[in-house]
Design a protein around this ligand. Structure first.
Ligand code: HEC
Length: 139
């Protein structure tokens, strides 16, 4: 069974994605590709996804949240974007995952920053499904 959050996303006023997103696939892809480094843990300490990995920041509440706002020692690229007040949106997330280094460099218009995330996800459909899954965890 496919669960879509298309209706929810438009209710929230976000841009309507071209394709319906699949939360179930997002959960699967997140556990396959992201939990080696990330957890999703609520402020009261309940872990909703992952197995305690600390290589990357906790991804709880990133939707529309400020970039680099978890308790984590971020690289200079995300830190500077966060300080400038930039937020995660679905499109930022998709573009960042496709090429973390390239994205922070383009955003800051300099080649002298790096992303500390040594992983790329170039399948846009999977990235959008993961975004929908992360959104569903915050309800
Ligand atoms: C090899 C470890 C690793 C994997 C695998 C990985 N990440 Fe990351 N991720 C990181 C690190 C490290 C950072 C911090 C980057 C920095 O500070 O430049 C990060 C940062 C992020 C951020 C920014 C968070 C914030 O607080 O602003 C997002 C979003 C993100 N990762 C999503 C994902 C998703 C989704 C996946 C799976 C498709 C994934 N990551 C897979 C290590 C990883």
């Amino acid at each position: 069974m496919k669960t879509t959050v298309l209706g929810l996303v438009s209710l929230l006023g976000a841009a309507t994605p071209a394709m319906a997103q699949d939360v179930t696939d997002g959960a699967l892809q997140f556990s396959r590709q992201c939990t080696a480094c990330h957890v999703v843990t609520t402020p009261d300490g309940t872990t909703l996804a992952g197995r305690g990995a600390r290589t990357g920041p906790n991804l709880y509440g990133i939707e529309d949240g400020r970039i680099a706002s978890a308790d984590f020692s971020y690289g200079d690229g995300l830190t500077r974007l966060g300080e400038a007040g930039a937020s995660w949106t679905e499109q930022n997330f998709v573009d960042y995952l496709a090429d973390p280094n390239g994205w922070v460099r383009e955003r800051l218009d300099t080649r002298h920053v790096r992303s500390k995330m040594a992983y790329r996800l170039q399948d846009e459909g999977q990235a959008r499904d993961i975004w929908a899954y992360l959104l569903s965890l915050d309800e």
